[in-house]
Design a protein around this ligand. Structure first.
Ligand code: GLU
Length: 444
């Protein structure tokens, strides 16, 4: 049995009940086969892949807090510090009822390669809780965040591990967590990113994941002879990534016709009205059902369905495994030319293969959505030098990082004879730097 298959079996045996983590390990290791085969003796001797799939450490802790009725609630908190061979652990905090250790490990594992791809010095980590911020008052969210940080603060630091936002963790939550960290540790340091502009945040961080997704998609399309202007785009999700992906797509001349949330989706044949979406999602924190009040011509549907709409470009920006093989078949039948992942692993393995086999350009999340964490790293740089850069400066850096990521994964795919397979290219390009850093640093 080859080294890659041995390690996949090992991952399956040692991580029962963690299907998302196994899925991520399979996806990454399978596409690393060409590099692993070329270096098998060295990697086996170094137990490189065994080390790569085992987190450095993982924390699981109780998060008790008091709700508005005076009732004590208990959630579970997690932080997985996966790999710090190229920089301090870096990655978001997901607050969602579905969160468990397997999901945090899948996200942390993906983060290692994503962060490496940015070409900035950041390692891979992830955390979160099964707390659901939906329907909670600001005071309840604050109570949860303070309790969560009371434990988490023992394990993080500006040069150790720098958490950030993810699903359910936005500017409000980061603010409450930062305040509690400062209060307990007595340190004003860049320990979190995605901070407010008044206390050390970076311009463009809010927009970064969505903007970055479009910068990379635009470059991928251009290099394949396609102009994004005038194209129809379907986007899923309606959180931070989806909103700013919509904005940048519109600025580039494309028409975005769908968005979704956990209960349904909207189709707006005239193009999504971003001001309406921002008011519904960012100000009112309400559901997409409200969108029809702003745009009577639009249609609202319960359940899933975004990928049934005919489009040239599909940008899944909601959550993992939201684009299935059936969805991929419909997209291909409808003439879709490109899929780029704004969320983490939104496309199932079977769907990814089907899209690639049918000539759809496919940009995996670890490359396509790396703009968020890249701008977080720029926030860390600004915090370290106690300066803040202009919007234009950060945006220009973000754009050049995304264009570079595209070319790095494109080059890597060509170097190993998989031209146009950006999944292979992204995994190899991300892995090479981490592997050489791990070997250089000895057995650790
Ligand atoms: N949660 C985002 C991601 O999946 C951002 C992480 C960060 O900024 O550290 O990459």
């Amino acid at each position: 049995m080859g080294y890659v298959d041995e390690i996949i079996e090992r991952a399956i045996a040692k991580n029962p009940g963690e299907p998302e983590f196994i899925q991520a390990v399979k996806e990454v290791l399978t596409s690393l086969r060409p590099v692993v085969d070329a270096n098998e003796d060295l990697y086996r001797k170094e137990a490189l892949l065994e080390r790569l799939i085992e987190p450095d450490r993982q924390f699981k802790f109780r998060v008790p807090w008091v709700d508005d009725k005076g009732q004590v609630q208990v959630n579970v908190g997690y932080r997985v510090q996966f790999n710090n061979s190229i920089g301090p652990y870096k990655g978001g905090l997901r607050l969602h009822p579905s969160v468990n250790i397997g999901i945090i490990k899948f996200l942390g594992f993906e983060q290692i390669f994503k962060n490496s791809l940015t070409s900035l010095p950041i390692g891979g980590g992830k955390g979160g809780s099964d707390f659901d911020p939906k329907g909670k008052s600001d005071r309840e969210v604050m109570a949860f965040c303070q309790s969560f940080m009371t434990e988490l603060c023992k394990y993080i630091g500006a040069d150790v591990d720098v958490p950030a936002g993810d699903i359910g963790t936005g500017a409000r939550e980061i603010g409450y967590m930062y305040g509690q960290y400062k209060r307990i540790r007595g340190m004003y340091e860049g320990v979190l990113t995605g901070k407010g502009l008044s206390y050390g945040g970076s311009l463009v961080r809010t927009e970064a994941t969505g903007y970055g997704l479009l910068y990379l998609t635009d470059e991928m399309l251009k290099c394949n002879g396609i102009d994004i202007a005038g194209k129809t785009v379907c986007i899923s999700g309606s959180g931070n990534v989806a909103i700013y992906a919509t904005q940048k797509a519109q600025q580039l001349g494309a028409k975005v016709v769908t968005l979704s949330d956990s209960t349904g989706w909207v189709y707006d044949p005239d193009g999504i009205d971003l001001d309406a979406i921002k008011e519904i999602k960012e100000v009112k924190r309400a559901r997409l059902t409200e969108y029809r009040n702003y745009r009577p011509n639009s249609e609202y549907y319960e359940g899933r369905g975004v990928w049934t709409v005919k489009c040239d470009i599909a940008l899944p920006c909601a959550t993992q495994n939201e684009l299935s093989l059936e969805d991929a078949k419909v997209l291909v039948a409808n003439g879709c030319k490109a899929v780029a992942e704004g969320a983490n692993m939104p496309t199932t393995l079977e769907a990814t293969e089907y899209l690639q086999e049918n000539g759809v350009l496919f940009a995996p999340g670890k490359a396509a959505n790396a703009g968020g964490v890249a701008t977080s790293a720029l926030e860390m740089s600004q915090n370290s030098e106690r300066l803040s850069w202009s919007f234009e400066e950060v945006d220009a850096k973000l754009k050049s990082i995304m264009v570079n990521i595209f070319h790095n994964m494109d080059d890597a795919s060509k170097r190993y004879g998989f031209e146009g397979n950006y999944v292979v290219g992204a995994n190899i390009a991300g892995f090479e730097k981490v592997a050489s850093a791990m070997i250089a640093q000895g057995v650790c």
